[in-house]
Every structure is written in structure tokens, then in C-alpha cells.
Design a protein around this ligand. Structure first.
Ligand code: MD3
Ligand code: FE
Length: 222
């Protein structure tokens, strides 16, 4: 079965890939934050991780550690354990409440979304030069229609965005320090991950690496 008219040439031809289309609701705002604003934000993250230290989360079931280290601004924080993923009121190591969301992040949320409520959780991810984040969907929030807003600080990352199914075509883009990404609508439910960090691409963090902040509305009963 070769050639024209078999009807199967497209699906079996490895050179014929379906094309990536940006999901609706995906918005990249390059350099939303000035250098000065990035330094102010970094200072706030540093203060937060003094009381809520970065810790290495583990995969549910296997207990395998992730390479990304995490903390949160509250009131709620996203935490992982062998029992699974959940949102909780306390830091898993110190058992203290999470530090509050800084006003400038609340202001960002109000500037780039139309969502009536403020986010309850802001996950702080720290990537050293070897850290990665595998392709996943964010599905632990009850408020599935609320957007997510992300801020990148420090070294550039190769970010990969796919579609609602794991095997959908993907597109890679570099996220740089000061960039903001808004994930609303369909984009909110798309697969995504971080394939690599590009060392020495920013002078913001003296020891290098990348910080990503993601604000989320969690919703009822957590
Ligand atoms: C696309 N963080 O914390 S931020 C995560 O760079 C996460 O640390 C990545 O994925 C990071 O869960 C990506 C941008 C982002 C956040 C949430 C999304 C992109 C998204 C949800 C759906 C689709
Ligand atoms: Fe995610």
C-alpha cells in the first residue's frame, strides 16, 4: 500500500506531523518586570524562603525526589508527599503557615487577569542548572476555570507547551527573567514542562539558577 489514493499516507508518513497551535488563553508578556522590579521581587522571595525554606518535593507513591526545589506564598501551599499532591496551610518541614502573598504579586494578578478573587497559593520553584520539570498538567486546583499566572526570574529556561493530551504536538520557547505568562481558558489544561535551564544567561541571581512563581486559585474544600 504505497502512493496516492491509499488514504493512509498521511497518518503513516513520519514527515507529516500535525502542527502546534498555541492554545487559546496562552499569553506571554516578555519583560513585564523591569530589572529593578525583578530585584525587588527577588528580595521578597529571599525573605519568604527564610521562614519557609525551599525543600525538595517527592513523587507520590515512589517517593523519588524532584530536581526542582519548592516553597510557597500562602495562605495555601502546593505540597507533594508519598501520599500524593495537595494544597495545605503549613510548610511540610517547619509546620509553620506560609508567608503571605506580596502586594506586588497581587497587583500583577489584578493587572493581567479578570478573575474576581486573589490567588490563594503562589508556588515558588527553584531550578539549579541541572533541574528539570517533566511534562505534566496542573490539575490539583478545584477552581479549574481560574487562570494561572507565572513569573520567571534568573536564568533562561527552555519551556515546552503541548496540548490537552500527552501526545499532542508541542512547541518550545525560552522564558527569560522578568517574563510573565498567563494561562487562561484552554491553555490552563495543557501539558507543559521545563526541559532545561541555560546557565549564565542572567545576572539576577548571584549564584545562578532560575526561580518561577505560579499564582493559583485553589477553590473550595482544601
Ligand atoms: C501551561 N512551572 O509549577 S510556569 C508548575 O517554569 C510549572 O516552573 C513551570 O509548570 C516553571 O506547575 C512553568 C508556566 C506555566 C504554569 C502553569 C501552566 C505554564 C502552564 C499550566 C498550564 C499550561
Ligand atoms: Fe505546571
Amino acid at each position: 500500500m504505497t502512493g496516492i489514493g491509499t488514504g493512509s499516507i498521511h497518518s503513516h508518513n513520519p514527515f507529516m506531523r500535525s502542527e502546534f497551535q498555541f492554545p487559546s488563553g496562552f499569553l506571554l508578556l516578555p519583560e513585564y518586570f523591569s530589572r529593578q522590579a525583578q530585584e525587588n521581587l527577588l528580595h521578597l522571595v529571599r525573605k519568604a524562603v527564610q521562614s519557609a525554606p525551599l525543600y525538595r518535593p517527592v513523587m507520590p507513591r515512589t517517593g523519588k525526589p524532584l530536581s526542582v526545589r519548592m516553597s510557597n506564598f500562602g495562605p495555601l501551599g502546593w505540597i507533594t508527599s508519598k501520599e500524593g499532591y495537595r494544597y495545605g496551610l503549613h510548610h511540610p518541614v517547619t509546620n509553620k503557615p506560609w508567608p503571605p502573598l506580596p502586594a506586588c504579586l497581587a497587583a500583577l494578578w489584578q493587572d493581567v487577569t479578570n478573575w474576581p478573587d486573589l490567588p490563594e497559593a503562589c508556588l515558588i520553584n527553584y531550578y539549579d542548572e541541572k533541574a528539570r520539570l517533566g511534562l505534566h498538567v496542573d490539575a490539583d486546583e478545584n477552581a479549574a476555570k481560574a487562570p494561572i499566572v507565572s513569573v520567571s526570574l534568573g536564568d533562561q529556561a527552555l519551556f515546552r507547551l503541548g496540548g490537552p493530551r500527552r501526545n499532542d504536538p508541542t512547541r518550545s520557547l525560552r522564558l527569560s527573567s522578568g517574563d510573565v505568562v498567563v494561562l487562561g481558558g484552554a491553555a490552563r489544561h495543557c501539558y507543559h514542562g521545563v526541559d532545561r535551564i541555560y546557565p549564565n544567561t542572567s545576572t539576577l541571581l548571584p549564584k545562578g539558577g532560575r526561580i518561577n512563581l505560579t499564582m493559583r486559585v485553589v477553590g473550595r474544600n482544601t
